[in-house]
Ligand binder design. Sequence first.
Ligand code: ADP
Length: 573
Amino acid sequence: MPFFNKMRKRNTVRWLFLSLGITAVLALTAMNIYSLYALRESTIESAKDNKKSQLDEFTFQIRHQFGGPFRELRKLDIEKLENSWEVSGNFPNHFIEVLVKASDDPLYDDIYYNPSDSDACYDSGQPVYKFNKDLKMFTLVEEVPELVCDGFGISNSRIKALIDEYRFNNKVTFDAHRSMNLALINLDSRSVIGHLNFTINRDYLVDELISKQLKEQFGPTEETGIVVWLRDWIQDEILSGSDDAHIYNRDVYEIDMRQRFPEMLENWVLHASFLQSPTVAATNASLTRNLIVLGFAVIVLFGALVFMFINAQRERELAQRQAGFLANITHELKTPLAVMQAAGENISDGRVTDGERLKNYGDHIYNESVRLRKMIEKLLDVAKVDSGQTVVEQAPHQLSALVQEYLQSNREYIRSKGFELNVQSDENLPLVMVDPDHLETILNNLVENAIKYSSDNKQIDIRLSSANDQVFISVADKGDGIAKKSQKLIFEKFYRVENSLTAKTKGHGLGLAIVKNLIELNGGTISLKSAEGKGSTFTVSFPAMIKGESPIENQISTDPVRETAKIDSNQYV
Ligand code: ADP
């Protein structure tokens, strides 16, 4: 069938588009998440780089402090210094001024001079001098402090290893944080004329210089996102920190970076821990925000996609059902017509003269025409509903009276189908505004369905009741019931549950669609309770009219259904 082939093709295309759509949404989402994370990582990375260069800068600044008095040293003529020392036992004035400046610098305690290229303390006979700031000259020292000896020793061995290739006239060597040593080099003769030793004021260096600058540059941590400690790794001692609120503790803080002081203070190292800086915090917050918005957008997109897909699917099913219906209905219309035509032909031919057979043919024609009429009526009902032309002629009615009317014409028919019919009604039901013709169609369809879809247990219960300003009429059977998944669908046009029983029964899936539509046109609702194999109960409810509102209320003094109930008592539960 080309129609169904076309449908199948379209269905494949729809699935294809849905999968493409979902893949696109997933890909876009993944890409977005990736770039969001990449952005965050790069922000964190650049924050790290920034901090790394801050640390570099810091150590550079500290180093710079040591060089304070000696900026112009490279321009010095060392030979002149050597000559001056040999002649007068002192340096020329301009260099003495440099040494005075160094003495004034709180970073240095004392200045010593060893006028030889040998190890002053350990090579016997080598004198060591101490600079006297007030006298602006050097005096011989009897006992040289050990740290000064160490300084000279380090300076001497370092320059000895370098002297052949060395390009400058002085070489600075640190003895940890204890002293700074200056080897004075005569580049022409490639010889060391002597070593100057500047003992370092450790307290000043730690408390005044490093601590202050650490706090200035890196504290408070809440603002900078970094905490830096100065640690003596040989002594395993923390000397200072950038924020007193953050005490060094390896269990609490992860050390993200270590920074040494280049070529000086060898035992000391800066430990830095990165806490969440405002930039990183803002990035994280924006990441969370973006993820939430993205998640929401994806859900909406998915929802829209799935919604569109389901809608298309439904339309497809409807179209399929409609197509099936058309094929069916033509067949159904033709069958009774064929029967009627054959019977009519036989009679008009005068071939059938026997009274009994004539009656038989007449019955055939009558029954088939009734079936045809019903079918046509149903079709017209659907057409009317579809085009919005259904006329509603509502009036206040007692539902029990309408049910009674319906039963009067259908009780025999129901019984003839082998059904036990039970009717029950509350007393004094309020009136409702309904179109009686519509109610008849509704009852007709519900009862017809109860008959059609009850194969073994043939019992129909009609019940009328009222509660909460609503009047209810329910039609229950003990038939085959309806599977949960089909319960919502059965009110849709052309929908028929697909099972062996429906395959056997005639129908086009229109009855309940018409029923629902008529009920809604009359301001009511319909609900269904059903369990497979146990039966179904369709309950229709209409808003009750307030008592006394109806002009005919008093005319209905008895409950006709109840009356019938008394008469047919053997049929009532
Ligand atoms: P039709 O009866 O012409 O198929 P309806 O719209 O009246 O169409 O009903 C739709 C479908 O709902 C039926 O095909 C049937 O499968 C199911 N159904 C309706 N009423 C009942 C019932 N009382 N018991 C079991 N199934 C029912």
